[in-house]
Design a protein around this ligand. Structure first.
Ligand code: PMP
Length: 438
């Protein structure tokens, strides 16, 4: 071992030293969770272990969907890596078996799959498909949406860019936020009112000489702070978008694979069927894999007009990992569990709301729940500073959560799927302690 490699061996966690090395080798701007940040060494199921052997309940990460280091997934990856790992320029059983099994979980018509390596790549490809298929070039997304980091997808992601002008081909829709938006639960036809914003967006594109190629939506509205589904809203939007010639894309990077409990896919709860579905994060439990599933005619019109090939996309190991995730989801009945545990968790958080004025709203589906913190319930003043403090205090109590929303005041609970009732109780207890210590 050279002296250079020796210095890279993880130590017992001198955070300052690690931060200095991070600045040196990765630059100083890459954002990190928690202050001080966590130095993680090992994981298993719903548990993460740091360099000081402290154990944390992971109530945040959806990438290790069926649990950190699930032995079935680890074994599938290792077995396939030891046998064959190549690309879709060759015939292979793994990619075909996986494509067949994955598309079988989607509504009829969503029959063909293309494979890439991340959520951003999946949305980028979906956007290219939409433009090729419709011959149109505008895009409509939700305000505060985040769909990824590529140049094209960054333009479709208004999150965190309120000050910056949108790209000329992009329009955003007002989020159907019944807590904070202009139409609350007392407005009976609020789905229609929120949906009417689609006409404005389409007309605004038309005025610029554009028509929408795609409407892209995360069915959990996660970056809007995780919104409770508004019945009828997405169906109305899809109708208007299709009438304008656009295809509708459900970005299932956050909500897919049973997380919302009631459905395998987030769009299911809205009673709509998209034209294109994009998948990332949980697909292969942390092994890089992104997928686009669409209708045959969309795939055909895209492939006949352009070329597409991803070297790593659909490789044998990634597909073996994806297949193993579907095995575990089924065997351990994790979707049903997400429904049951999610309801218990939401009830626990709502009980906390009755105790703590700081909690303005609790909402979500299955195991993706947002707890909106406000300093004044009537004015709904975002409690952004407090949310940050709650995160750090909960970490001190051994539970990891995140935050969401324009004002970063919504505590986000989105754990691995093997999260059980006792883990939900531990999360509520840690939040209670954090709120009491503020
Ligand atoms: N879409 C959504 C809804 C996401 O949440 C994310 C990641 N946060 C992405 C796309 C991009 O995925 P990736 O980071 O794997 O490129």
């Amino acid at each position: 071992m050279t002296s250079k490699t020796k210095s890279q061996t993880p130590g017992a966690g001198d955070i300052e030293q690690l931060l200095a090395r991070r600045r040196q080798f990765m630059g100083s701007q890459l954002y990190m969770f928690y202050d001080p940040p966590l130095h993680l060494m090992r994981s298993e199921g719903v548990w993460l272990y740091d360099a000081k052997r402290r154990v944390y309940l992971d109530a945040y990460n959806n990438v290790p969907h069926v649990g950190h280091c699930h032995p079935h997934v680890v074994e599938a990856i290792a077995r396939q890596a030891a046998r064959l790992n190549t690309n879709t320029r060759y015939l292979s059983d793994e990619v075909l078996n996986y494509a067949e099994r994955l598309t079988a979980t989607l509504p009829a018509g969503l029959d063909v799959a293309a494979f890439v390596n991340s959520g951003s790549e999946a949305v980028d490809l979906a956007w290219r498909m939409a433009k090729a298929h419709t011959g149109q070039h505008g895009a409509i997304v939700m305000e505060e949406a985040y769909h990824g980091w590529t140049d094209a997808v960054d333009a479709l992601s208004p999150a965190g860019k309120a000050e910056r002008a949108l790209a000329p081909h992009v329009r955003m829709l007002m989020a159907p936020d019944s807590y904070r938006g202009p139409y609350g639960p007392e407005v009976a036809d609020r789905a229609m009112r929120y949906a009417s914003d689609a006409e404005r967006a389409i007309e605004s594109l038309n005025a610029a000489g554009l028509r929408p190629a795609a409407f892209i939506v995360d069915p959990g509205f996660c970056t809007n702070g995780i919104l409770e589904p508004l019945p009828g809203y997405l169906a109305l939007i899809f109708e208007k978008m299709r009438a304008a010639g656009a295809v509708c894309v459900a970005d299932e990077v956050q909500t897919g694979f049973g997380r919302i409990g009631s459905d395998m896919w987030g769009f299911g709860v809205h009673g709509v069927t998209p034209d294109i579905v994009t998948m990332g994060k949980p697909v292969a439990n942390g092994h890089p894999l992104g997928v686009v599933v669409t209708r045959r005619e969309i795939m055909e019109s895209f492939m006949s007009r352009t070329s597409f090939f991803s070297t790593f996309g659909g490789n044998n190991v990634a597909c073996a990992a994806g297949m193993a995730v579907l095995d575990v989801l089924e065997r351990e009945q994790l979707q049903a569990s997400a429904q049951q545990v999610g309801e218990h968790l939401k009830a626990g958080l709502r009980a906390l709301q009755r105790k703590h004025d700081l909690i303005g709203d609790v909402r979500g589906m299955g195991l993706v729940i947002g707890v909106e913190l406000v300093t004044n319930r009537k004015a709904k003043t975002p409690a952004s500073k407090e949310a940050k403090r709650v995160l750090n205090l909960m970490r001190d109590h051994g539970v990891l959560v995140g935050y969401e929303g324009h004002a970063a005041n919504i505590v986000k609970v989105r754990p691995p799927m093997p999260f059980k009732i006792e883990h939900a109780d531990q999360t509520v207890d840690a939040m209670d302690k954090a709120l009491r210590a503020l």
